[in-house]
Design a binder for this molecule. Sequence first.
Ligand code: LMR
Length: 322
Amino acid sequence: MVSVCVVGAAGGIGQSLALLLMRQLPYGSTLSLYDVVGAPGVAADLSHIDNCGVEVKFAAGKIGVKRDPALAELAKGVDVFVVVAGVPRKPGMTRDDLFKVNAGIILDLVLTCGQASPKAVFCVVTNPVNSTVAIAAQALKKLGIYDKNRLLGVSLLDGLRATRFINDARRPLAVAQVPVVGGHSDVTIVPLFHQLPGPLPPKEQLDKITKRVQVAGTEVVKAKAGRGSATLSMAEAGARFALKVVEGITGAGSPLVYAYVDTDGKHESPFFAIPIILGKNGIEKRLPIGPVSESEASLLKEAVPIIKKNIELGESFARSNL
Ligand code: LMR
């Protein structure tokens, strides 16, 4: 069956994510947990849950150890890595402020995991996603195993938020998934509400909802007041996303998801959150973004140069550290 590894499994996102995966992975799957602190405890705890038929494995890392042999061993035979390791924001910080610490973490983890399982699909949650995915791509290129269809930046939380906020505003009308494209930070997050069926709220209200989606991560950071950023909703989004990847690679389905991926020359930005179809080899198909309203078009125009700069930052970090 399928083997999924949560990298950063003992942190705020990792623990909830591991629980959600444990409950929902297909019977007979393996769930591997890695972290630099706390992995044995999370593994012991989870492995007492009955009747889910998921084997739990773990490796305990050590802070500061690069290319950790314990992770390299655990990572063998893994089909899907969900990387959530890294530091979260504190009030007043942007996602880009995390770059200094998280860039080095993602580079090291992807090198270690990629070498152990060159055919695995990587789902990157670690922020700033707009840059960390570009770093991961460079790390995989360095190993000579880069596959543009097997590297996915997880931007789905923006979709959950957009869906929640618009459904709250249009009750009892409800949609299952709002398309959100662009990147995963502030103005680079572009919800495409005009693609939804049914009447939309007046422009002023819709603009407010769009803005709220863009700054929703900061809303959580402020509310947590120094105790991190979104963990529960992020875990829910990460688990849903990883389970779609599993659905694709196991041949159980061909789900459509929105993810921040290599656009394969189909967009002016090398990485962008777009609609994709998942399948046995990761991304099976990149779909067009579809029709956008005038206001959405101008949001997209604003997002592109910022995302390109975020990518360039990630690539130049990788160039000097590989
Ligand atoms: C989020 O969208 O909540 C996450 O990216 C965490 C953050 O720092 O905002």
